[in-house]
Design a protein around this ligand. Structure first.
Ligand SMILES: [Zn+2]
Ligand SMILES: [Zn+2]
Length: 259
């Protein structure tokens, strides 16, 4: 290549600049804010600012349900509800608090079907799951690989309206990373319920009664990991876990992106 009247270094710099402008917008954008990534080599496809904002919650929460304590630096410890009443599920994992950048990502994925964001969120979920498995020292969670991943289903009518079940897409990405089967048919929604977000906490469980049914042929005797994007009061997850247990699941763990 000929760069008349200029040194080789200047020519190469000019070429690199031209290539950079052509290539960067296609492949090196932060999956969270869509800003250009300053360089490659980071493990996550997010810029440094988003990486800080999207860092996992590592302390100050209950390891059974993800309830937050006041001190984010404190070691995870059981909350009063989990101590007194226990939970219907076995293991539990979540990535972070449902706020700020993480909330934007979840909503962008859910309502605009941004698959790059889905892949990123599923990566968070898998890492949270592996962390919880390592932390628990519980034999069944060791290695972090359940027999089957089951997403929380949408009612068919809502699926038609939205065209996209975010939990199923998360489960697909996570299944690929963990190397385990995804079984969307293991749990069916048999009643179209009022969206939980429109109800006060105490009405959420009764709203969901009988909403799900598990398929014994797919879950009986198996270790199930139930997947959802966000857990708020836990009523949806609790109802789904009960249905999986009724269908004979040997163990049901729960992994969500945000809490
Ligand atoms: Zn960013
Ligand atoms: Zn708890």
């Amino acid at each position: 290549m000929n760069f008349p009247g200029r040194g080789l270094a200047a020519g190469l710099a000019q070429l690199a600049g031209r290539l950079g402008r052509a290539v960067l917008p296609l492949c090196d954008r932060c999956q969270a804010c869509r800003g250009l990534l300053p360089g490659t080599g980071g493990r996550l496809p997010v810029c440094p600012a988003c990486a800080v904002e999207l860092a996992p919650r590592l302390g100050g929460f209950c390891p059974r349900c993800g309830a937050f304590g006041t001190n984010a630096e404190a070691a995870p410890g059981l909350c009063l509800d989990c101590l007194r009443l226990g939970r219907v599920w076995d293991g539990f994992a979540f990535h972070g608090r449902y706020e700020g950048r993480l909330r934007e990502l979840v909503l962008g994925f859910k309502f605009n079907s941004r698959l790059g964001q889905g892949r990123l969120l599923a990566g968070f979920l898998v890492e949270a799951w592996l962390r919880a498995a390592a932390r628990s020292g519980d034999g069944a969670m060791d290695g972090g690989v359940p027999d089957v991943l089951v997403p929380i289903p949408l009612h068919p009518r809502r699926l038609v309206w939205r065209g996209f079940n975010q939990s199923l897409e998360l489960a697909r990405f996570a299944g690929r990373e963990l190397g385990c089967a995804v079984c969307p048919g293991a749990l069916a929604r048999i009643r179209n319920t009022t969206p939980q977000s429109r109800l006060p906490g105490r009405e959420r469980l009764t709203n969901l009664a009988g909403a799900f049914v598990g398929d014994p042929a797919l879950v009986s005797g198996r270790h199930v990991l139930l997947i959802d994007d966000v857990m708020t009061t836990g009523a949806t997850v609790e109802t789904a876990v009960r249905s999986l247990r009724r269908a004979g699941a040997a163990r049901v763990d729960v992994a969500v992106v945000a809490r």
